[in-house]
Design a binder for this molecule. Structure first.
Ligand code: PRP
Ligand code: URA
Ligand code: MG
Length: 211
């Protein structure tokens, strides 16, 4: 398993919260809160290369040349449904981000994504586009969503996923080696139904209580 642009966030807070999320006994409200908190921490890594410029500001004590962002507003794209569990955490950190949605579900037999919705901001080029989906399993859903973003003009894309399987990382390396991936874990493998092992189960069902 390799991807030229994969960042594994091994921060102790992220790892601790992820372990709580993996635990099958963790109730839905806690699961949702933990995902939002981790999302905020993963966003720091996704936004690490945003450019800065200097602007003169006046503090209560003096003038100073202060660093401020020098880029167009980033875009965050939630891959429905489970991506919505990460969305608010990204917006907590980047409140000026524009928001898009790509609706995809995975056919349980073929493990191929089926698209049912797409609504994106008009301007995607020359800005950071952060796609969010908690699970990168076969990688088919994220790869399809990223292709859609590229077709719509995105040039600088980062995928935030809570958990990845080696198969999903390989899929992204094959289809989108230019797209950065920020994740909290690359797990062992996929089971025969395409679920990440040890994983955390079905992210969408645990977020929205649809088990
Ligand atoms: O890498 P893949 O093999 O494509 O699997 C990962 C996809 O599966 C899950 O979505 P799901 O189809 O369960 O839809 P949901 O978000 O509506 O629950 C998950 O949120 C990813 O989108
Ligand atoms: O383990 C998995 C794989 C796909 N989708 C999930 O929600 N969980
Ligand atoms: Mg699901």
């Amino acid at each position: 398993m390799t991807h030229p642009k994969l960042t594994l966030v091994d921060h102790p807070l992220v790892q601790h919260k992820l372990s709580l999320m993996r635990d099958a006994r963790t109730p839905g409200p806690d699961f949702r809160r933990l995902l939002r908190e981790i999302s905020l921490l993963l966003t720091y890594e996704a936004a690490r290369d945003l450019p800065l410029k200097t602007q003169t500001i006046t503090t209560p004590l003096t003038d100073m040349d202060a660093p401020v962002l020098a880029c167009a507003d980033p875009v965050v794209v939630s891959i429905l449904r489970a991506g919505n569990g990460l969305l608010d955490g990204v917006l907590d950190v980047i409140p000026t981000a524009k928001v898009g949605f790509v609706g995809l579900y995975r056919n349980e037999e073929t493990l191929r994504p089926v698209q049912y919705y797409c609504k994106l901001p008009t301007e995607l080029s020359d800005r950071l586009v952060i796609a969010v989906d908690p699970m990168l399993a076969t990688g088919n859903s994220s790869a399809a969503a990223v292709s859609l973003l590229k077709d719509a003009g995105a040039t600088d894309i980062c995928l935030i996923c809570l958990l990845a399987a080696p198969e999903g990382v390989e899929c992204m390396a094959r289809e989108h080696p230019d797209v950065r991936i920020v994740t909290a874990s690359v797990d062992s493998h996929l089971n025969e139904k395409g679920y990440i092992v040890p994983g955390l189960g079905d992210a969408g069902d645990r977020i929205f209580g649809t088990v």
